[in-house]
Design a protein around this ligand. Structure first.
Ligand code: ADP
Ligand code: MG
Length: 352
């Protein structure tokens, strides 16, 4: 399940160390510990001083500041497209989150199980391990994200049968077929929830000459976004800048108006699901037909996405319970079984 990449030191102070599961996502970082369950769930965001580079806030605190910073401050997303874009900032952010997860246990150096997208390069994987150790971890092991998602969604991944999981994140979508605990086939798309927000920004600008922020678009997507027409559509008031007068302006918008703008980027995602199904060996595809495609990640919460994907692919589709938590729950599960895993897979290493 887990790829060994870092150096493994015999755990002489085993009683002092703990193993944690980490979902280092483009949009959100989550940490799972055996003792406390999901103990960190924060946006992967950092606010820092432009000149000195000093970090002033991370996570939700930084999100509060986004779009509201004075000149000398900036907020930045240290991860992009599922991989580390800014190494030092990622490590600094992770250090703060780990400290929070450790709850003041100062001398503990945790071992981490971190999820990474399928198909990332060896350099990108190495960067995750190095960032983890720079952040204060003793060691880091990697698990492929779709595998973690499927484990967290309680799919029977160890059986000799086809399981398809689609994880919809902020910057990426991963489609994978899993059988006997291994990924048989996978595709990573550099397109996720952010693209939906962007599509809404463009649409509102074209239709209403109103410039809204991506954050406003995201709120609109979460509150009223849906992929099905409704006879009694939900509405909300959004705010932006009128491109004709340059002044702030409110606008009432309803869910039906957003549908085309949401569907457009999603069609691309659904096309990738279709091509992945076409490449799936027939026996496994038949299992998926029986069991259905499982959706995980924050993007799975978009209303009626399951229905539209089922319509377009002809396969049953279901949303995993706690979809945004599946990946971290899966890394947590791998972390809990970590010691038996290590004994089974690296017996020589534990005697060095
Ligand atoms: P990542 O793995 O990239 O960190 P997440 O799995 O946390 O991402 O998902 C984040 C994405 O999910 C964002 O694009 C966010 O807008 C989207 N999202 C979260 N909740 C909802 C919702 N209720 N409806 C639609 N999209 C949502
Ligand atoms: Mg994710």
């Amino acid at each position: 399940v887990i790829k060994k990449e870092g150096s493994c030191v015999f755990d002489l102070f085993g009683s002092l160390s703990s193993t944690m599961g980490v979902d280092l996502g483009t949009a959100n970082t989550l940490i799972y510990t055996k003792e406390n369950g999901i103990i960190v769930r924060e946006p992967s965001l950092v606010a820092r001083h432009k000149k000195t580079g000093r970090i002033l806030a991370v996570g939700s605190e930084a999100k509060q500041m986004e779009g509201r910073t004075p000149d000398f401050l900036e907020t930045l997303h240290p991860l992009r497209d599922g991989v580390i874009a800014d190494f030092d900032v990622t490590a600094a952010m992770l250090r703060i989150f780990l400290k929070k997860a450790l709850r003041g246990r100062k001398f503990v150096q945790p071992t981490l199980v971190v999820s990474v997208p399928c198909g990332v390069t060896a350099v990108e994987r190495r960067a995750v391990i190095d960032a983890a150790t720079q952040a204060g971890a003793r060691d880091a092991y990697l698990i492929e994200e779709p595998l973690a998602a499927a484990l967290g969604a309680d799919m029977p991944v160890r059986e000799a049968a086809g399981n398809m999981v689609v994880d919809l994140g902020g910057g990426t979508t991963e489609v994978a077929v899993i059988s006997m605990g291994k990924i048989v086939l996978s595709r990573t798309l550099r397109l996720g929830g952010d693209a939906l927000d962007e599509s809404l920004v463009q649409y509102i600008r074209r239709q209403y000459n109103l410039m809204i922020s991506p954050a406003m678009a995201e709120r609109m997507k979460m509150e009223i976004g849906s992929l099905a027409e409704s006879t009694q559509p939900q509405a909300m008031e959004i705010r932006g800048r009128d491109l004709l007068t340059g002044l702030p302006k409110p606008l009432a918008i309803n869910q039906n108006q957003l549908l085309p703008a949401l569907y457009e980027p999603l069609r691309e995602i659904i096309d990738v699901v279709k091509t992945t199904l076409e490449m799936t060996p027939p026996e496994l595809a038949s299992d998926i037909m029986d069991r259905g495609i499982v959706l995980t990640g924050g993007g799975a919460l978009l209303r009626n996405l399951d229905r539209v994907m089922a319509r377009d692919t002809g396969m049953p589709v279901r949303i995993a319970p706690d979809a945004p938590l599946c990946v971290v729950l899966g890394t947590g599960r791998a972390a809990r079984n970590f010691n038996s895993f290590r004994r089974k897979n690296h017996p020589a290493k534990s005697h060095k």
